[in-house]
Design a protein around this ligand. Structure first.
Ligand code: DUT
Ligand code: MG
Length: 604
């Protein structure tokens, strides 16, 4: 089915309403005519079925006894055939329409969810488990699909069948008509009770299912940690425990279902029995014809069927609603506004940065940055040095506005950072992250990732050479077209870092952030990269985080951080003159290096 772009681009944010049924109704936007078509087809099909029984009555009452026939027998036979064709044909059409629209709605939902998740802020991803998200985007979305494929159209089917057949029986015989619906209130009441219980049981089941997905996903991602610590047994036992819990909850859910069906079967069975008994008595007393009785037997089944399925429908709808609610929890989250901001400079950024009493606090944590004040001119190199957890990564994450500072302000070229759209900033700023992530695509694709256009091979190679990774890449079997395994398993840590550096260099950003990006390369390679970077850092404001003093000695400004504050600042020459952390670190590192050199000398 082709769906128009307008329908596909419908903003699903609208489905977030206090009432989930309203939300589901909105979700059908653009597909409602299809559903009307499906329901009408159902109506035609149901009517044809009912007419078949009326024709049966006509046939039995007129052709089993001698006497004149109203129409020739072949006409009656043809009537049966036509009715059967209508019933089957329209039932097929209805199923097809509803399945197609359910797929259409789900496709739109999936696309929207992916798009939405991509736009959620860092703070959301930080506190949300990946497994939980996967669960909601797959299993829960599928439950929503089932709702639209079966339950949404099921309501129409049930109402139509019930009304059409009830009217038909009433017209055959009023007494039989009323008898055939006495248990309806009971069935509805039973369904309502089960509805609430099944909802709860299903929600618990889905939650546990998400726990299991998270465990599985974490173990696959962290497989190296598990193996390195030889914790397989522990993980297996943990998985088995979680799985056992899921089994328990699943069993509870099945028990709910298995209690419901016999209950409604008994009610419906009793109903049929009474109906047949009364009908048979009426035939004996000559109150109705045999044909009427036969028609009644057929029709009453199609009154009972909707009643039984009303229960099933209500119970299944409860699972659809629960899943829909879980999906809504994602949609409800506010996106990070990428284009909000009133300043977009025409020319290039100069790259002057001023931090004024900047403080920062994560939503749920204590203060991570406090009273950060410094400035740097365009093209300068600022180095951050400090113990682990002192807030270095947090500080540089403020620049592309992954987070906004909670106190003070940051000025970029004299303008408050919060006035620049995030999208603009992120185009201007290149980050080589502390733990770079590579996609399971080719190396070339990874290097060109930030550019978003076709890049000539020479440019890719130039970036790779600058990042000192070109020589390694050409030793791979497919060179630049070598696939990187999930998370770059086939590359070493240092190689990964260097591919990430190449990726950022190709982006050619005005502001460059290197977060510990030479931590997993040896001293020699580091010197190589540093040399290349030196050239690249020209004319760009650069933030460099490193643990080796060697890597930051040439910086224009070195900030020494401790517990979220700047405790020392200056150039290398100034800092070694002062008492303080910097000199201590410097002395330790030079001593270690000297010792190492001596050992190497002795060994050779
Ligand atoms: N922190 C949070 N939430 C986060 C990230 C960090 O609460 O999402 C805390 C942990 C730490 C502090 O903020 O206590 C500073 O973390 P950051 O990552 O900025 O430290 P770092 O200086 O980059 O440390 P490292 O040298 O280990 O990279
Ligand atoms: Mg860090």
């Amino acid at each position: 089915m082709t769906v128009s772009a307008k329908v596909l681009n419908y903003d699903l944010k609208n489905v977030v309403t206090p009432n989930r049924l309203t939300g589901l109704w909105r979700m059908m936007s653009g597909f409602r005519w299809h559903y009307l078509g499906a329901t009408l087809s159902l109506g035609v099909s149901a009517t044809a079925k009912t007419l078949t029984y009326i024709l049966l009555r006509f046939f039995v009452d007129n052709y089993f006894t001698p006497g004149p026939k109203p129409v020739p027998l072949p006409v009656v036979a043809l009537g049966f055939i036509v009715l059967a064709a209508f019933e089957g044909g329209f039932s097929f059409l209805s199923g097809r329409l509803s399945a197609q629209t359910a797929e259409g709605i789900t496709r739109r939902l999936r696309n929207y969810l992916f798009d939405h998740i991509q736009h959620l802020p860092f703070s959301y991803h930080r506190k949300t488990q990946t497994g939980e998200l996967i669960q909601r985007c797959t299993s829960d979305v599928d439950a929503v699909r089932r709702f639209f494929a079966d339950q949404a159209i099921g309501v129409g089917r049930i109402i139509l069948l019930f009304v059409i057949n009830f009217v038909a029986i009433l017209r055959l015989n009023a007494t039989l008509g009323w008898i055939s619906i006495v248990v309806v209130p009971l069935v509805v009441a039973t369904s309502a009770i089960f509805f609430r219980r099944v909802s709860k049981a299903y929600e618990a089941f889905q939650e546990q299912d998400a726990v299991l997905t998270t465990t599985l996903q974490e173990n696959l991602t962290g497989v190296r940690v598990v193996k390195a610590f030889a914790r397989q047994q522990y993980e297996i036992e943990k998985f088995e425990r979680d799985n056992q819990e899921k089994f328990k909850r699943g069993k509870h859910l099945v028990r709910m279902h298995s209690l419901f069906w016999p209950a409604s079967d008994i009610l419906c069975g009793a109903q049929i029995l009474v109906g047949y008994y009364v009908g048979a008595m009426m035939v004996i007393r000559d109150e109705i014809t045999i044909g009427t009785f036969l028609a009644y037997m057929g029709l009453v089944v199609w009154i009972i069927w909707p009643m039984r399925n009303l229960g099933r429908l209500i119970v299944q709808t409860s699972t659809g609603l629960v899943s829909f609610g879980r999906v809504l929890e994602i949609i409800r989250q506010d996106r990070e506004p990428l284009d909000e901001g009133d300043v977009i400079p025409d020319g290039n950024l100069r790259g002057e940065l001023v931090f004024e009493h900047v403080g920062f606090q994560y939503e749920d944590g204590g203060k991570v940055l406090e009273d950060i004040t410094f400035s740097c001119s365009p093209g300068q190199v600022v180095a951050l040095l400090g113990s682990t957890g002192s807030g270095k990564t947090t500080l540089v994450n403020l620049l592309p506005r992954f987070y906004d500072c909670t106190e003070g302000r940051i000025l970029l070229d004299g303008i408050d950072l919060r006035r620049y759209p995030r999208r603009y900033l992120r185009k201007q700023i290149g980050i080589v992250e502390q733990e770079p992530f590579l996609f399971s695509r080719t190396i070339a694709e990874n290097i060109t990732y930030g550019v978003g256009r076709d890049v000539p091979q020479e440019e890719i190679e130039a970036a790779a050479k600058a990042a000192a990774i070109h020589d390694s890449i050409i030793t791979f079997p497919n060179g630049y077209h070598t696939l990187v395994g999930e998370k770059g398993v086939t590359l070493s840590g240092g190689q990964k870092q260097r591919v990430a550096i190449a990726r950022t260099l190709l982006k050619n950003p005005r502001i460059l952030i290197l977060d510990d990006s030479t931590s997993s390369v040896d001293t020699e390679t580091e010197a190589e990269i540093r040399e290349a970077l030196q050239r690249l850092m020209e004319n760009r404001t650069t933030f460099i985080i490193a643990h080796r003093i060697q890597s930051i000695m040439d910086a224009d400004l070195i900030l020494v951080m401790d517990k979220g504050r700047i405790v020392q600042r200056g150039t290398h020459a100034e800092l070694v003159e002062q008492e303080g952390i910097y000199r201590q670190i410097y002395e330790i590192q030079t001593r270690i290096e000297a010792e190492l050199e001596k050992e190497i000398e002795n060994a050779s």
